[in-house]
Each structure stands twice: as C-alpha cells, then as structure tokens.
Design a protein around this ligand. Structure first.
Ligand SMILES: [Zn+2]
Length: 387
C-alpha cells in the first residue's frame, strides 16, 4: 500500500517535471520566433546609428543623364603624376627647417581638405580652430578648387604653403605695405577666425623669403610667402531664381531641375534630417558648407522643414544624387550623396517627410548625409539652428 502510494507520488512528480520541460521549451521557441521577427528591425536601427564604411556598388538612378556622366573628367592615377609627395611630418624641430618653402601634394583617393590639413600641418595645429587657417591656405593657394571641397579630386596636385598664408608672385608695383593690406581680408563671415591680418614685418622676417631687413627689395616675378595672409573665400549661392513667368527655377542645371511654384512654406525652424545626429566627417567650415551625418546606407533622410523640392536628381560636381528644398522663407536645404530619392522637383513636402535614402553617390568616401542650409546671403552652420 505504501509502496503503491510512493509510486503514485513519483508518477505525479514525473508528470509535473515533463510539464515544466515543455513550458521551458515553448518559452525558448517563442523567444527565437520573436527574435526572428524583430531581427530586421534591430538590424535597421543598428545600421541607422552606425556609419558603415564598407564599399558599395553604385547603382545609377533610373533617370540618370548619361551625357552628363560621360562629361566627367577622366580619372588619372596619382601614381603617374610626376610630383613630389611629402609624407606628413610630426617632428617640430625637423619642420623648423622644412617650413620655408611650399610643397606639392598629390591628392589621394579618399582625401578631404580637412584630412590633408590635419596630416600636413600636424606639427603646427594646436587647437581645432587652427584648422580653419590652414583650410584657407589650401583654398587660397589652389584656385582651381574654387573654395569648394567637392572640387577636390584624386590626382590633382595641391600647393601647400609652408605656413598658413598666401604664396604670392611679386609684381612691379607691389610694396610690402600694399601686399600686407591685399591679404588682410575683411571679416566677411562670422565663421572666419580672427587674426587674418598681415604685418609688413612678417613678410620681411619670413626666413624662406630671404629678404634683407635693412634693404627690403623684392624682384618682380619672385614668389614670396605672405604669412598669415588670406583671400576671402567665395560662397556659391543655392538660391532659386525667379523666372519671367513668376515661377521659380531650380538653383542648379541638371536632370533634377524644373520650374516650380512656391506652394508650400517652411515653419522657420529645422529638425534633424536623419535619425542619426552623430557627425561622421566634416563639420561646417570654409570649403565645406554643411555637416556630414553618419547615416547608414539607405537610412531615411527627412525634410528639415516644409517647402517645395527645387531639385531632385543627379548632379555633376561631386553632389551625386541631390535633393534641394526651397522653404520659401529665404532658406533652402540640401541633401547630398543620396542612394535614392523619392521626391520630384516641384513637389511640396512637409517637415519630417522622407525625401530619400542616405548614400555615397558623387564625391563621397562612404555612406553619409551631407546636409547644408543656405540662406539668402550664404550658408549657415546647420548645427547652430538644429534643436
Ligand atoms: Zn560633406
């Protein structure tokens, strides 16, 4: 009898163990199934928050202008360019001797003016604000860049002055005083760091100029270093033009241009154009008139404010697939290097509406969103107006 009772107890215990085992299995299966369901969403969020640098094959948009593409300059391998390449030096003492003459540098694949400056002038840069000075030097001494980082192409030979300033060919009517004034530009923009002012003594005392301080005579045709000098940079305007018919015209000529009516207007405040707020590359600076958000390939790009699309399509000159929105209040926003765009020129968009996917088309070294805000007079730093 007792034996029988024990057996019944044992059987009951076995049954409850089996039941618990089944419950455990069911929970594990449920967990796996829900992970499978959520996995693409998790992957998507991770992609949006994580800049990818893997190489992507460029898919030309369906409406790509073949002729425009064919007119791109042929790529010449930097290896075949006969020019001196100066390796970035990190020793200040060694550079004290080297920094008397300019050096030629051949632009490599993936270079940006910011990176070139940071490498080449590593020994002279002590704080981030210094970089502006050197960027000015890069643009001022290489006019073919037209003060725009988008014009930087592999194979180009850049003249990098020994110190920030202008490498200048002396002419007959020049005096040390007049040249000092010529390269002390007016304060044209709040982003220009102070101190672009040349003292005549700086020209005379610069060792590389080899001028006798007692008899400061410079022969016409001689190249002279103007330390601290700068020329004002040109800002390209992206304002839409108004045509005779009263319609507005796209700020760019290209397959994404149109005539449009300003049927929608901005709220006057901007939101982030991407879920990612992290800056992956360039900040707003001379020659780079926007900010680079570390948006993953294909991640959503949103209209920073309401308005009308004033350009949507491919644009030569490094932009890649470009969307421009005219907010009708004096501001336009630009979204560059897109992998895709799902608006057309002339279409009205609401703030926060998706206009395309981030990408790496045009002159870009990896997926990101290059975002610019243009006002009537020039560009403004997007980070100064974003929440
Ligand atoms: Zn950029």
């Amino acid at each position: 009898m007792e034996n029988n009772q024990n057996m019944q107890k044992e059987a009951r215990a076995k049954r409850s163990y089996a039941w618990l085992a089944w419950l455990g299995t069911a929970l594990i299966v449920a967990g796996l199934v829900s992970f499978l369901i959520w996995q693409p969403r998790i992957a998507k969020t991770m992609a949006a928050n994580y800049p990818t640098t893997k190489e992507v094959v460029y898919q030309p948009p369906a409406d790509l202008n073949e002729n425009a593409l064919a007119s791109l300059p042929e790529y010449t391998s930097p290896a075949t360019q006969p020019a001196l390449i100066r390796e970035p030096a990190t020793h200040t003492e060694a550079d004290a001797d080297l920094r008397t003459q300019p050096v030629e540098y051949v632009v490599q694949e993936g270079d940006t003016p910011w990176q070139i400056v940071e490498r080449f002038y590593a020994d002279l840069i002590s704080k981030p604000a210094d970089v502006f000075r050197y960027l000015y030097a890069v643009y001022n001494n290489n006019p073919f860049l037209q003060d725009n980082s988008q014009n930087l192409k592999p194979g180009q030979t850049l003249l990098l002055p020994p110190v920030p300033g202008v490498w200048y060919k002396w002419t007959r009517n020049d005096t040390v005083q007049s040249v000092s004034e010529k390269f002390s530009p007016y304060m044209w923009d709040p982003t220009v760091p102070e101190g672009f002012h040349v003292n005549p003594e700086d020209i005379i005392n610069f060792i590389g100029n080899d001028i006798d301080p007692k008899d400061p005579k410079i022969d016409p045709g001689t190249f002279i270093m103007v330390p601290g000098g700068a020329k004002p940079l040109v800002v390209v305007s992206f304002a839409s033009a108004t045509s005779a018919s009263g319609m507005k015209r796209s700020p760019f000529d290209g397959p994404g241009a149109c005539e449009f009516n300003q049927v929608a207007f901005g709220t006057g405040s901007f939101i982030y154009p991407s879920a990612t707020h992290f800056i992956s590359g360039g900040y707003f600076m001379p020659g780079h008139w926007g900010v680079d958000f570390g948006s993953g390939l294909g991640s959503a790009v949103f209209a920073a404010d309401s308005g009308v699309v004033s350009y949507a399509g491919w644009l030569n000159g490094g932009y890649g697939n470009l969307v421009v929105i005219d907010h009708g209040n004096g501001y336009s926003t630009l979204y560059e290097h897109l992998s895709s765009y799902n608006v057309r020129c002339g279409q009205m968009v609401n703030q926060g509406e998706m206009v395309g996917g981030a990408g790496s088309t045009g002159n870009s070294t990896g997926p990101h969103l290059h975002f610019e805000i243009q006002s009537g007079s020039g560009h403004i730093d997007p980070l100064s107006v974003l929440p």
